[in-house]
Ligand binder design. Structure first.
Ligand code: FE
Length: 292
């Protein structure tokens, strides 16, 4: 019996590229900045962070999504989500919106502040072929529903999806039971502190550092700096140590779908024909309801 536990190493660094999206919101895109920069089932990760209203005020006016999930995690600020079905959600500091676009949603995501800091992340997670056309679904998760565990070495972990093991106790986040089995942690470490997390050996995993820097891996640790995604090698465990200034990072892992990806902007399907169908459905007003 092989009981060796393998610590994942840092395999590839994708530096966040400054870009803009929506009506001109400035952001940094790491995962998803090109087709070769995806990590199945993760399609995209954007970080938005600014104290300058001119960088975010334009927001994300009405736009469609089909075939995947969007996860918005606000660190600071207030955005309002409104869709064509009448759902309204308020995204405030520390809260998460987990939106399963499924066969289609047309929504807007607009800042509800004219000054101050707006900071957070939007992650896109793919859906398996058999779930791409299911009905749209939302989870608006207030900060009070996101467990925060204090780490033995100092610092803390917030568990948004999946579960973390802290001091021998399992801390489970509000999002469970999805077919990609996502793990979504937000970790804060003081200078030099360590963090260890067990992960399913068959899942893909990456870190996104948004403050400070970290060392990843046990045998030959490699550095990952702020505003960069670090894709990890296969293994059963992730070992991270914060640098001299401490660190804050997201840790994401999920079950790869191993299905073809056909993407055209906010439509992510398996084939070109399905993309053409999505465009036709959107243009003909038949986007969210099956044809009868
Ligand atoms: Fe959107």
């Amino acid at each position: 019996m092989n009981t060796t536990v393998t610590s994942r190493s840092l395999q590839r660094i994708i530096e966040g590229l400054a870009t803009s999206d929506g009506a001109g919101v400035k952001l940094r895109r790491s995962i998803g900045q090109g087709q070769g920069a995806r990590l199945d089932p993760f399609l995209m990760l954007d970080e938005f962070s600014s104290d300058n209203p001119g960088d975010y005020l334009a927001g994300f006016p009405s736009h469609p999504h089909r075939g995947f999930e969007t996860v918005t995690y606000m660190l600071d600020g207030h955005m309002r989500h409104e869709d064509h079905l009448g759902h309204v959600g308020e995204l405030k500091s520390g809260g998460v919106q987990w939106m399963t676009a499924g066969r289609g949603i047309v929504h807007s995501e607009m800042p509800q502040q004219e000054e101050g800091r707006m900071r957070g992340f939007q992650l896109w997670i793919n859906l398996p072929a058999k779930e791409k056309m299911k009905s749209a679904h939302y989870r608006d998760i207030p900060p009070s529903e996101i467990p925060v565990a204090v780490l033995p070495d100092g610092g803390q972990v917030k568990v948004i999806a999946g579960a973390a093991e802290v001091d021998g106790k399992t801390v489970s986040g509000p999002i469970q039971g999805l077919s990609t089995e996502p793990l979504y942690l937000d970790v804060e470490l003081p200078a030099g502190a360590s963090f260890t997390q067990a992960v399913d050996g068959s899942h893909n995993a990456f870190l996104y550092v948004y403050e400070g820097d970290v060392l990843i891996g046990e045998a030959a640790p490699r550095a990952l700096r702020s505003q960069s995604a670090g894709i990890l090698s296969p293994g059963d465990r992730i070992d991270v140590q914060a640098g001299a200034g401490g660190a804050r990072f997201l840790l994401l892992a999920g079950r790869p779908l191993r299905e073809p990806v056909a993407q055209y902007g906010p439509f992510v399907m398996n084939t070109v024909e399905e993309i053409e169908q999505a465009i036709n459905d959107y243009q003909s007003g038949n986007f969210t309801q099956p044809a009868t």
